[in-house]
Write a protein that binds this ligand. Structure first.
Ligand code: 13P
Length: 250
C-alpha cells in the first residue's frame, strides 16, 4: 500500500526565525505514521534541512531550473537543492505556471533533472475555474499529466498533486465527488502509461484550501494519498491537526 504523505508548501512566506515551526512540528510528531514533507523557500532550505536531519521530516524546495548548471542568474539547480539536504521539489505549481509562464514541457525537463539529482518531484496539476465550468477538467488534467511527467518516473521519485487553481488560497474546495473523479482519473492514466506497478505506487495528493476543518473528509476519498497544504502548513499547530487526520485515515 502507498504510504500517506502530508506535504506543506510555505510558498514565499517565512524568515529564518520561523524555522522554529519545524522544531514544534517535530516535537508534536516524533514518530509519524505518515510521511511528512515541508517545502521551504530556497534560502531556508539549508537551515531547514539541518533542523530536520535525523527526524521523520523531509525538506523540499518549490522549484528548480531545468538545466544542470550554467549562466542562469537567480536560478537554482536540482543538484543545488539536493546539496542542501532537501530530498524533494515541487514543480509546475500553478503559481509558477502562471507568474513564470512555465509550460508542461518545461516542467517535464525540470522533473527529469530533479529525478537525476535524486530528488522526488512533486508535480502539480489543476484546472482553472473557466476550464472547470467548460466541463473539460479531465482533458486539462490529461494534457498536463502526460506532458509534465517524464518517462523515468517511479513510485519513489514522483508524487502528483491535484490542485484546482480556483481552490488555492480561496477557501473553496471541490466536492468530494469532484476530487475523487480527478484522482481516479490520474491513477488510471498513470497505470496505463507506466504499468500497474509504478501506476499504483505513485502518491496522488490533493491541494487547495486544505484545512484542519475539511481535511478528514477529503482523506476518505479514493486515491487521495495525502495533501499538499499551503496556508495551513505555516503554523505547526495547524499542520499538526491535518497530519493527525491523515494518520487517522490510514
Ligand atoms: P492553500 O492550502 O493555501 O490553498 O494552498 C494550496 C497550495 O497551493 C499548495 O501548494
Amino acid at each position: 500500500m502507498r504510504r500517506k504523505l502530508a506535504a506543506g508548501n510555505w510558498k514565499m512566506n517565512g524568515l529564518r526565525r520561523d524555522l522554529t515551526e519545524i522544531d514544534a512540528l517535530l516535537a508534536l510528531h516524533p514518530a509519524p505514521q505518515v510521511d511528512l514533507l515541508l517545502c521551504l523557500p530556497s534560502v531556508l532550505l539549508l537551515e531547514g534541512a539541518a533542523r530536520a536531519e535525523g527526524h521523520a521530516l523531509t525538506i523540499g524546495a518549490q522549484d528548480c531550473h531545468h538545466r544542470p548548471a550554467g549562466a542562469h542568474t537567480g536560478d537554482i539547480s536540482a543538484s543545488m537543492v539536493a546539496d542542501t539536504g532537501a530530498s524533494a521539489v515541487i514543480l509546475g505549481h500553478s503559481e509558477r505556471r502562471d507568474e513564470h509562464e512555465e509550460s508542461s514541457e518545461i516542467v517535464r525537463k525540470k522533473a527529469r533533472r530533479a529525478m537525476e539529482a535524486g530528488l522526488t518531484a512533486v508535480i502539480c496539476l489543476g484546472e482553472s475555474l473557466d476550464e472547470r465550468e467548460a466541463l473539460n477538467t479531465l482533458d486539462i488534467i490529461d494534457g498536463q499529466l502526460s506532458a509534465s511527467v517524464p518517462d523515468n518516473a517511479t513510485g519513489l521519485n514522483l508524487v502528483i498533486a491535484y490542485e484546482p487553481i480556483w481552490a488555492i488560497g480561496t477557501g473553496l474546495t471541490p466536492t468530494l465527488e469532484q476530487i475523487g473523479e480527478v484522482h481516479d482519473f490520474i491513477r488510471t492514466r498513470l497505470e496505463r502509461r507506466f504499468g500497474p506497478g509504478v501506476g499504483q505506487a505513485v502518491r496522488i495528493l490533493y491541494g487547495g484550501s486544505v484545512k484542519p476543518e475539511n481535511c478528514a473528509e477529503i482523506f476518505q476519498v479514493s486515491n487521495v494519498d495525502g495533501a499538499l497544504v499551503g496556508g495551513a502548513s505555516l503554523k505547526a499547530d495547524d499542520f499538526s491537526l491535518i497530519i493527525n487526520a491523515l494518520e487517522a485515515s490510514v
